[in-house]
Design a protein around this ligand. Structure first.
Ligand SMILES: Cc1cc2nc3c(=O)[nH]c(=O)nc-3n(C[C@H](O)[C@H](O)[C@H](O)COP(=O)(O)OP(=O)(O)OC[C@H]3O[C@@H](n4cnc5c(N)ncnc54)[C@H](O)[C@@H]3O)c2cc1C
Length: 343
């Protein structure tokens, strides 16, 4: 049995690995050039800058076990960040004792490790699906995938989709024609997906000409335009002599500035950093990245749709389980088990 997984982020990688361990053939597709999805880092001279997920935590036993293994293999490391918070105009130390982990040397390293020995098609945006219930003279039954160049892949006996919700709805809508068997099931599934469950986020990295004078490695920002900032060179394995500060704008502010020019965001980010640390700063280099679908909208209650045995179609992704890297991993394992229980 061959299974296709669309999306090579943490959810897709965990699903693919679980299926491969159970002896199934798996092929993974991603529109990106590299694996990792929202766990992406950008090469910067001799090190990496984390533009998406900044770290991850491990609470559930199966993920804790996986993290232990990655730690032993040197694929992840713990980040003992000196965390502060900025609230009511004050920067104060935070007493939180959370254990934080990062990929080594880049945030996507654990995803890459899960996908070792698995066939991956990078730069492959799946733009159309087709489910053939019965074999024809030319095609065997199963799932067929078509990429942006109309290349055809398949048939696959099961399909796991790990796309963010808006992209998932669009893709699922291509699978069946009206009145075909499966059309109603898939459209019911589409109606259960809440498109606003993921909110946008602008990320801005400021490389300072002179190091900032502070003990803080990271700040949870509770007011103003930002939600988070972190000194990237405080992370283990991110070799860099320069002082790099990665700032995330809050979801509200990111939505407001969605179409703003990067130069304007960089100026705004500098002003925010100066306000929080009460220091005048000079910027050496800056880069921006806009995430259209970043983190969970707490106001939306997304319930995970049921697995569709008739279609051998499973869904995974952080947003089906409340967000975060850990839940992306758990959702991938769950989706793979749904498929395995149905073979
Ligand atoms: C700015 C930001 C900060 C964050 N901070 C944290 C944090 O500190 N801690 C934490 O735990 N989590 C954090 N997260 C969330 C964390 O990154 C996600 O929970 C996790 O990476 C999601 O994994 P996933 O596999 O579900 O989705 P994704 O990583 O989004 O993977 C989906 C994949 O599908 C691919 N894809 C989409 N459409 C197609 C298509 N048509 N064809 C082929 N491929 C397609 C995408 O390229 C992507 O690689 C953050 C995220 C962002 C963006």
């Amino acid at each position: 049995m061959t299974v296709a997984v669309i999306g090579a982020g943490m959810a897709g990688a965990a699903a693919a690995r679980t299926l491969q361990m159970a002896g199934l053939q798996v092929e993974v597709f991603d529109k990106g050039r590299a694996v990792g999805g929202r766990m992406s880092s950008k090469r910067n001279g001799e090190g990496y800058l984390d533009l998406g997920a900044q770290y991850f935590t491990a609470r559930a036993a199966p993920f804790k076990q996986q993290v232990e293994q990655w730690l032993a293999e040197g694929i992840v490391s713990s980040w003992q960040a000196d965390c502060y918070k900025f609230e009511l105009g004050q920067l104060t130390g935070s007493d939180d004792q959370t254990s934080r982990f990062i990929g080594i040397p880049s945030m996507h390293s654990p995803v890459k490790a899960l996908l070792a020995d698995i066939t991956i098609y990078p730069d492959c945006r799946i733009s159309r699906l087709r489910y053939l219930q019965n074999s024809t003279a030319t095609d065997t039954s199963g799932w067929y995938l078509f990429d942006q160049h109309n290349n055809k892949f398949g048939p696959y006996q099961a399909l796991i989709l790990t796309l963010p919700p808006v992209q998932l709805q669009t893709l699922l809508a291509t699978a069946f024609q009206p009145a075909e068997d499966g059309y109603d099931d898939v459209h019911q599934l589409i109606s259960q997906i809440q498109p606003q469950v993921l909110l946008p986020c602008w990320a801005v990295n400021l490389q300072l000409a002179e190091p900032l004078q502070t003990r803080a490695d990271a700040v949870f920002v509770k007011e103003g335009n930002l939600s988070w900032l972190a000194r990237q060179n405080s992370k283990p394995g991110r070799a860099s002599n320069a002082d790099n500060w990665l700032l995330h704008f809050s979801p509200q502010c990111s939505a407001l500035y969605l179409r703003t020019e990067p130069a304007q965001l960089i100026a705004l980010a500098k002003a925010e950093l100066e306000l929080i640390f009460q220091q005048a700063l000079s910027i050496g280099n800056a880069l921006t990245h806009r995430w259209l679908y970043a983190q969970i909208n707490p106001a939306v209650n997304q319930v995970k749709p049921d697995y569709h045995p008739g279609l051998k179609l499973a869904l995974a992704g952080d947003w089906l389980m409340g967000g975060r890297v850990e839940n992306a991993y758990l959702s991938g394992v769950t989706a793979a088990r749904e498929v395995l229980a149905d073979v």
